[in-house]
Design a protein around this ligand. Structure first.
Ligand SMILES: Cc1cc2nc3c(=O)[nH]c(=O)nc-3n(C[C@H](O)[C@H](O)[C@H](O)COP(=O)(O)OP(=O)(O)OC[C@H]3O[C@@H](n4cnc5c(N)ncnc54)[C@H](O)[C@@H]3O)c2cc1C
Length: 344
């Protein structure tokens, strides 16, 4: 999609021209490291720039997509027709009098936000250590993780520490809203159903947990992740592909169908965790979509459960790769969490 020159001029009034570019590959800005280019790409560095750029795109009817760390999106191989707004508004302010932290929505949850708050002795965000996310993406999804060890008795949600947020509503109004506005649920917030843009969020933290205990929780959670999840730097992924099925587990169903190690093109269902697919070698979105169809079809045929994806599909896709899967054997040096649990 080409933008009329008056729209490019209007956007350039809001951003230095080096931060507004045509035809930019998106793969490097996603944790899966795949997908095609954006017709136009804007790199915004403050909440005000984010508001100004998205307002301008709306005023001129330019479709736009807001990208955080790209940890929950699959970009189609043909890329995105319109403007991708890459949110790098990363300002953080801690208020020691109220135990609150205000973070611009492009702030990176870990390490930046968590290290900053834990160093200030403020507890509440340390549970989400190691999860790739911006603050905006975290609100979109209601980021969640297990309660601390040893009990790990429940799932904790980001909503528990959200105090308020500055948003640009889909109607163009800039306002501050409280936690209830988001109607948070499991993997859900109102942002799934409204085109509001989160500009910044304020978290209400508490100062009653010692720094050592917070560090213990962070270490334990990082270890939990290292034992179960493929490392992003060598095995790019988008985390869990399918939604949780209460009491059953999407990953367990895929595993029971013998699909760990199934590879199509450059994408594979990892042996570490059957609900995580990895980009082993120059994967295309079409390869991932073929694996999704394989997992969904096999699980439905063999168990009767219907798997639903939990990720966002962005841009234009080509048909899924038409190839039979090959089965890649497990690396003999890899010990999965299930094998470790069985052995102990
Ligand atoms: C290895 C790995 C492990 C993971 N583990 C977990 C986990 O334990 N728990 C968990 O909950 N998730 C987990 N995830 C999923 C992912 O980390 C979260 O969904 C995260 O919140 C995505 O944030 P992001 O900034 O990357 O958002 P993106 O993927 O860039 O965007 C996701 C959606 O949020 C929207 N969005 C982003 N910013 C804004 C904004 N400012 N205003 C409005 N909408 C916005 C986007 O438009 C898009 O629709 C994991 C992912 C990976 C890759």
């Amino acid at each position: 999609m080409s933008l009329p020159s008056h729209v490019v001029d209007a956007l350039r009034d809001r951003l230095p021209s080096s931060r507004l570019r045509p035809d930019v590959p998106l793969a490097p800005f996603t944790t899966f490291n795949l997908g095609g280019p954006a017709d136009w790409y804007a790199d915004v560095r403050s909440a005000d720039e984010l508001a100004a750029v998205t307002r301008t795109a709306r005023r001129h009817d330019i479709p736009f997509f807001l990208l955080g760390t790209g940890a929950n999106v699959i970009v189609g191989d043909r890329g995105y027709r319109g403007l991708v707004v890459h949110n790098r508004a990363r300002g953080l302010q801690v208020d020691p009098d109220t135990n609150r932290v205000r973070a611009e929505s492009g702030a990176v949850v870990y390490p930046d936000l968590i290290e900053r708050t834990v160093s200030a002795g403020l507890s509440g965000l340390e549970h989400y250590v190691g999860i790739p996310s911006t603050v905006g993406g975290a609100l979109w999804q209601n980021l969640h993780f297990l309660a601390p060890p040893p009990e790990r008795e429940r799932t904790m949600f980001l909503e528990e520490v959200v105090h308020s947020a500055d948003i640009l509503t889909e109607d163009g109004e800039r306002k501050t809203v409280g936690v209830d506005y988001f109607d948070f649920g499991y993997d859900y917030s109102i942002l799934h159903d409204r085109d509001d843009v989160v500009l910044a969020a304020t978290f209400q933290l508490h100062a009653d947990r010692g720094r050592n205990r917070m560090r213990e929780i962070m270490d334990a959670n990082l270890q939990w992740r290292a034992e179960r999840h493929p490392p992003l730097d060598t095995e790019p992924s988008v985390g869990s592909i399918f939604k949780k099925i209460e009491g059953v587990g999407a990953g367990r169903l895929i595993d029971e169908c013998g699909l760990k190690g199934a590879r199509i093109g450059g994408a594979m269902i990892t042996h570490r965790h059957a609900n995580i697919f990895v980009n082993v070698e120059d994967a295309r979105a079409a390869d991932v979509c073929a694996l999704i169809e394989l997992a969904r079809g096999t699980v439905e045929r063999e168990t009767g459960y219907r798997l639903e994806t939990e990720i966002d599909f962005i841009g234009e896709f080509v048909p899924p790769t038409d190839a039979e899967p090959t089965m890649v054997p497990k690396d003999p040096d890899l010990v999965t969490a299930a094998e470790r649990a069985k052995a102990s």
